[in-house]
Design a protein around this ligand. Sequence first.
Ligand code: ZN
Length: 217
Amino acid sequence: MILREEREQVVEYGRKLMEANLTTGTGGNVSVFNREEGYIALSPSGMDYFDVKPEDVVIMTLDGGFVEEDHLVPTTEWGLHLGLYKVRPDASAIVHCHSDYATAVSCLGIDLPAVNYMVAVAGDRVPITPFAVYGTPELAKNVADNIGDYNAVLMANHGQIALGRSMKAAFTVALNVEYVARLYILAKSAGEPVILPKEAIEGTQRQFASYGQTKKR
Ligand SMILES: [Zn+2]
């Protein structure tokens, strides 16, 4: 089976989307791009995340071709994933989800501002991208045109999409976009939140670079 490891990640992180309350039902989708081999592993369309097995994961090429004859229908947002991989050569995994608070902010038609330093996983804010019907080339274009150097964007009246060098990284971005969006809605309901300046985000990103356990061996 080609891309076994990537298929297993698609299965594992699809389940994590549900477990982390980042999506409802079969909403959302994930992918992993093995750039060395040129193959992308994508969630199948409309399947319960807990039923998906590695052999159900759909393998595509960057130009939209299928690799296996006997494949399932891929996520309706496959064009969105491929479009992002084309404009972001640093990305090897994508998480798209309809998490409640990020989607709520997307319905306000505004960027998610830096109400908390964890927004730095995505950038100095999370930009909003214009609405287009799901699964259309217009939606894929809107997102690809607006991602810039950010690691996530809000998709107006729809949800969020996050990317990273690994599935773990992309998932961490999605999780924190939802966290900051939740803080924004909560703070906004009690008053006018203070927005952090760019320098605070840049300082946070420098701290991220040295975060974690230092190897002693
Ligand atoms: Zn969606």
